[in-house]
Design a protein around this ligand. Structure first.
Ligand code: SAM
Length: 285
């Protein structure tokens, strides 16, 4: 019997997940992180950075749809989008589906992630890198948001976990910079970990963002790859009404966008802001 190589991910001592590696497509150190892309019989092609699973072909749509469409539909008139990170191209693909969006800037620290995901995860970007509205900046996201004179309607921080280069994207310096770069009625969202296992990430983001935004909240979705339960996405804006639209408004906007998703829909959008009591209690400490 062939004994396949096993990839273990233990984000939390003593509790993790594993993937059998059917074929390694790429594995090397980039300027910033260790990058591997391999094939798995259940989840398709899988990409990990510094030993942490980032995305899989099979369930990436849940994460990318929820981080792109919830803020853009909630905003209602988003024309200028900033993606921080997002090197695999899945977030860009979903943002590009909005014809009302006029300009998309992606600030990714590691050019090699873009290069090798374009080659080995082509279904993630699905041609979005050729979109004429798209502009790629290879830079640390925290430097960009603190130095640029550009303004955005939605900022999506599609970053790694707060280890290695991703650490700077969970700091007050970064959040202050994002608040500075947002237009009136602008919305900031970021992946904020699996709250059952990484609750301290949500509490920390909530406290730091509250210094720069009037309204900080969370929404959630269950994505199998990010094991341990629901993933929380932090949400920040200066106007709480932006996350409190009636279902009928969401339905009207989604219909007008002409976008049909595999996970996201107006009811999921509205319901995703409902949070477990243990997280609400931790956030109100
Ligand atoms: N979906 C994944 C998740 O939820 O963990 C994240 C996907 S994406 C691969 C994360 C990207 O963030 C990577 O391409 C990484 O290079 C980029 N990144 C990490 N730190 C960064 C920083 N300080 N500035 C810009 N991009 C950064």
């Amino acid at each position: 019997m062939s004994t396949k190589e096993i990839w273990f991910e233990t984000l939390h001592n003593g509790f993790g997940q594993f993937f059998s590696i059917d074929k390694t497509l790429y594995h090397d150190k980039t300027e910033h992180q260790d990058l591997i892309i391999f094939e798995n019989e259940v989840m398709g092609r899988v990409m990990a950075l510094d030993g942490v699973i980032q995305t899989t072909e099979r369930d990436e749509f849940i994460y990318h749809e929820m981080m792109a469409h919830v803020p853009i539909i909630a905003h209602g008139r988003a024309k200028r989008i900033l993606i921080i990170g997002g090197g695999d191209g899945g977030m860009l693909r979903e943002v590009c589906r909005h014809q009302s969006v006029e300009q998309i800037t992606m600030v990714e620290i590691d050019a090699n992630v873009v290069e090798f995901c374009r080659e080995y995860l082509p279904n993630h970007s699905a041609g979005a890198y050729e979109d004429p509205r798209f502009n790629l900046v290879i830079e640390d996201g925290v430097n960009f948001v603190n130095q640029t004179d550009m303004k955005f309607d939605v900022i999506i921080s599609d970053c790694t976990d707060p280890i290695g280069p991703g650490e700077s994207l969970f700091t007050s310096d970064f959040y202050q910079g994002c608040a500075r770069c947002l237009n009136e009625n602008g919305i900031f969202v970021a992946q904020n970990g699996v709250c059952f296992l990484q609750q301290d990430e949500a509490v920390s983001s909530n406290n730091k963002l509250s210094s720069y935004f009037e309204d900080v909240s969370f929404y959630q979705a269950a994505i199998p790859t990010y094991y341990g339960g629901i993933m929380t996405f932090v949400w920040a804006s200066q106007n709480a009404l932006l996350r409190q639209h009636d279902l009928s408004i969401l339905q009207e906007r989604v219909s007008k966008s002409g976008i049909r998703c595999r996970y996201y829909n107006p009811a999921i959008h509205a319901g995703s802001f409902a949070l477990p009591q243990y997280l609400q209690d931790a956030l109100s400490q």
